[in-house]
Design a protein around this ligand. Structure first.
Ligand code: GLU
Length: 406
């Protein structure tokens, strides 16, 4: 599998081939400011001790405190966390919020831990990195497999260590612990605003057939939003299998089944296909909402979607980008399409610092304004430079980071 950090570096070079940037700036941008690695040892419920590898990569803070989630996944490693941290720095620049980019992770399959073990592990992560994070330094958040509950444990542990109980050290908290309205659905909601802003420009029909890879936070809310807006969600996957119905799935039934059975394979009333088959389904809109490296040079020629909208981080490799571009399949890049999670996170941070609580309407109004503006800006840039939306988004972000670094 290709290394996500190498793909990320490759993406910078490709954007810099379209619009010149000073070599010193690009060199600086390709190296994270800080790479923090720790071993976390916790006591399991059976009394045994177990040690986990943990990371925080602080990529760039020219535009504000480092910002980005913490991922709990068995495949998480330093290359992945570095790539994700880099994408965060670009993402916060794309939506022009006053944050830099960072990311954390633990190499663990959280589904194998009890709630108590998960809490001890999350508190151990906080203890290990407490001196490096903070509301004006580095503000973590949820990512794959990390929940509002985990963010509440981190905020609590940080408060115990430092005395700072504002909650602004971490975002994505439950509402009752200082979380923001709208944060849970933000990633999908923002993707939807971007989709609406670009739908006509990208030649999509009024009613789209939508395929979604992933049924985590981003994937499930996307399924709900698109189907509530009258589009037809024809397939959804989890890590093991996908459910498919060309006439449209009952989204709530699929989500209820996933939560009950823990596996889509056990869902009634739909055909079961593989993740590989799902990616190649005939559809208008393909929404990868799971992990990196899903659309590659192996399958890009077989995709039948008209448009790919990336709610996951890094789902398309640079080689696949070229194949899709030459086939006229537009890719709405992650650093634009999924930037709403971090945007509402930043609203949460702001509310915590000012001791305010904004209504859901206020949050969504602000969010929509940002997303529509930046989607149109990036689309115009891609036309102006005659390039794809990813290079255009990179160029917009790099210009803003360069401005801040000067
Ligand atoms: N993990 C999310 C992302 O990849 C959100 C990060 C945040 O809210 O800081 O964008």
């Amino acid at each position: 599998m290709s290394n996500p950090f190498e793909n990320a570096l490759n993406q910078i070079s490709r954007a810099a081939a379209v619009r010149d940037f000073p070599p010193e700036f690009l060199a600086k941008l390709k190296t994270p400011n800080n790479i923090l690695e720790k071993k976390l040892t916790i006591t399991l419920d059976n009394g045994e001790e177990k040690t986990f590898d943990a990371y925080r990569v602080q990529f760039n803070n020219a535009r504000g405190p480092y910002k980005g989630g913490i991922r709990y996944h068995q495949q998480t490693d330093l290359a992945e966390v570095k790539a994700l941290a880099f994408w965060m720095a670009l993402k916060t620049a794309v939506v022009n919020i006053p944050m830099g980019g960072g990311k954390g992770g633990i190499t663990v399959n959280p589904k194998e831990l009890s709630v108590g073990e998960l809490e001890r592990l999350s508190r151990a992560w906080t203890q290990a990195f407490a001196e490096f994070i903070g509301p004006q330094k580095d503000v973590p958040a949820p990512d794959v497999n990390t929940t509002p509950q985990i963010m509440a444990w981190i905020a609590d542990e940080y408060g115990k260590i430092t005395g700072d109980t504002s909650g602004a050290v971490v975002t994505g908290k439950p509402i009752e612990n200082g979380g923001s309205e709208g944060r849970g659905t933000a990633t999908a909601q923002g993707g939807y605003y971007v989709f609406e802003a670009l739908k006509e420009k990208l030649g999509l029909p009024d009613q789209c057939r939508v395929v979604i890879q992933g049924v985590g936070n981003a994937g499930r809310y996307a399924a709900r939003l698109w189907s509530a807006a009258g589009h037809k969600v024809i397939a959804i996957s989890d890590s093991k299998a996908a459910v498919y119905d060309p006439n449209g799935l009952n989204v709530e039934e699929v989500i209820a089944c996933k939560d009950k059975e823990r596996s889509l394979e056990k869902c009634p009333n739909a055909e079961i296909i593989t993740n590989a088959e799902l990616l190649e389904l005939d559809c208008d809109l393909l929404i990868p909402a799971a992990l990196e490296n899903q659309i590659t040079q192996e399958n890009a020629a077989n995709l039948k979607a008209r448009v790919v909208l990336e709610l996951a981080n890094g789902p398309t490799t640079p080689e696949a980008d070229d194949i899709l571009f030459s086939r006229g399949i537009a890719v709405v890049p992650d650093i634009l399409a999924n930037a709403c999670g971090v945007t509402v996170s930043t609203f949460e941070w702001e509310q915590n610092l000012k001791n305010e609580h904004w209504s859901e309407q206020e949050v969504f109004d602000k969010l929509k304004e940002i997303m529509v503006r930046e989607a149109e800006n990036i689309y115009a840039k891609s036309k102006e430079l005659n390039t794809d939306l990813r290079r255009a988004a990179f160029i917009v972000a790099l210009e803003r980071i360069e401005g801040a670094m000067k």
